[in-house]
Ligand binder design. Structure first.
Ligand code: PLP
Length: 477
């Protein structure tokens, strides 16, 4: 019995990913990937330290350009592999940990505690004790955390280094909403009245992390922190560092027009003005009321011209209210150590997810479905869809196939839900995938691999391997 090809769709829109040379090399050596999946099972997360190091160096080059004291703290919540944390430490940088387990694993890996910080959103007594015991700087978010930390320092007799999380900055007469941190005025009062002369709690710096990707909002937040730092300095209270958190945009796509077209055409599809781009015309978060669309697709902005170190540089080159010099000069003049906590952006191009084709079939509407040996929690972020074209790696070469073999379909996974789609977008295949072929999803190390992975149906979690120059794969350790 043969499977019919889905009819040609001349309106298909590509979203071509940027692909790092290490990934290109590996994909060109398909038998190596087929062997790796046979050995480690499907799906397999394959990663590389080469771009990770390049990304760290790129951020550092900006700080060096402006002669700023700095440290890059890799936000390891974006990917659970301990290999990255060890590499960041080896390069003299730091790791931002978000739980007891993340911190404990870094300490067990032998990372110098001076290179670790704890930004956990909920800090248990156990976490506080571990951090205090090892002199790890703790980012304090609220008064209850502070009270617990004080208790821990009293019972252990050890002092704690604390950085205060601040938030609720103002811009254009509005408050930037957040559920995190103290307002600038509250922080000022707390530092001057409670921390400046505390016998056990050492105030060492300020921290913030902003939601979203606005450069002006980050600049405004830094400006308000500098005002506070100056005010404290006038009272002889020194601030050693300013930590501006993560959120440096990544550019995933190679073509601006592809990205813009996709959004235009998605809306046309939702209004039934063209063939669908997503499964059953999924709106990706756009709301349709009668014949009107509201809002934009709730997806990560995959195409960005200002990204990673360029994004950081734009922040540092900004001017802020109340001062005549740009941010980098304000910070250099005050000899403040700049800290950043990039997660996604340090993982740009460091990983791929590889899955094996298990079956092909049609749904009740006749859509072609390609079933993969993976589930959607193994490649999922808060974005409504991962908008990059995957790579089809057949077991046998498809070089000889002509355009007539093209087919269109959707990728589905192993959970027993109607909604179990690996990608919601309709995918073009150069030829009909065959059982045993591989699908490669590029640039998935940041958040996609681990953030939402679950073990429903008792499926094993994907293995994580690092690809090395000698064509070897070593397990994360
Ligand atoms: C406190 C903090 N720091 C750093 C990050 C990392 O952000 P990104 O991966 O966008 O760089 C996050 C992400 O949620 C965060 O909450």
């Amino acid at each position: 019995m043969t499977l019919t090809h889905s009819k040609k769709d001349n309106n298909h829109l590509p979203l071509t990913p940027i692909i790092h040379p290490w990934i290109k090399g590996l994909v060109a050596n398909a038998s190596l990937l087929h062997d790796a999946v046979a050995k480690f099972s499907s799906p397999l997360n394959v990663q590389s330290l080469v771009p990770f190091e390049e990304n760290i160096r790129a951020f550092k080059s900006i700080f060096d350009k402006y002669q700023l004291k700095h440290r890059v703290y890799f936000a390891r919540k974006a990917n659970k592999c301990v290999t990255y944390t060890k590499q960041a430490a080896k390069l003299g940088e730091g790791v931002d940990t978000a739980s007891f387990e993340e911190l404990a694993q870094c300490l067990e890996a032998g990372i110098n505690p001076a290179q670790l910080i704890s930004t956990a959103a909920v800090k248990t007594q156990r976490l506080m004790e571990l951090a205090v015991d090892n002199h790890v700087t703790i980012i304090i978010d609220n008064l209850d955390e502070l009270a617990l930390l004080e208790k821990v320092t009293e019972s252990t007799g050890k002092q704690a280094n604390i950085s205060l999380r601040v938030g609720g900055f103002t811009m254009d007469d509005r408050t930037l909403h957040t559920r995190f941190g103290f307002s600038i005025s509250h922080a000022q009062k707390l530092i001057l009245e409670n921390l400046a002369h505390h016998p056990m709690l050492n105030y060492v710096g300020l921290h913030f992390h902003l939601n979203g990707y606005s450069i002006p909002e980050r600049a405004a937040a830094i400006g308000q922190c500098i005002q506070l730092i100056d005010l404290l300095a006038a009272q002889n209270v020194k601030t050693f560092h300013l930590d501006i958190g993560g959120g440096y945009l990544v550019n995933y796509l190679s073509d601006r027009s592809e990205w813009e077209n996709f959004h235009t055409e998605l809306k046309r599809a939702l209004l039934n003005k063209r063939s669908e781009l997503t499964y059953r015309n999924d709106p990706l978060g756009i709301v349709k009321i009668e014949d009107t669309l509201h809002g934009e697709a709730k997806v990560y902005p995959y195409y960005n011209e200002v990204h990673k170190e360029g994004f950081l540089e734009s922040v540092l080159a900004s001017n802020v209210q109340g001062y005549d010099q740009p941010i980098h000069q304000l910070l250099r003049d005050r000899e403040i150590e700049m800290r950043i906590e990039p997660g996604r952006s340090l993982l740009d191009q460091t990983g791929i997810t590889v899955a094996r084709v298990a079956f092909r079939k049609h749904d009740s509407d006749g859509n072609l479905l390609i079933g993969l040996e993976m589930n959607r929690t193994q490649m999922k972020s808060s974005s409504a869809d991962f908008l990059l074209d995957p790579i089809h790696l057949p077991q046998n070469s498809i070089d000889s196939y002509d355009g007539e073999q093209e087919t269109f379909g959707y990728l589905v996974g192993a959970y027993c839900l109607e909604q179990e789609f690996i990608l919601l977008r309709k995918i073009k295949f150069q030829a009909m995938p065959v059982v045993g072929d591989l699908l490669v999803f590029v640039n998935t190390a940041g958040y996609m691999m681990h953030f939402f992975e679950s073990q429903a149906h008792q499926f094993a979690l994907a293995e994580n391997v690092f690809y090395e120059e000698n064509e070897r794969f070593s397990l994360d350790s």
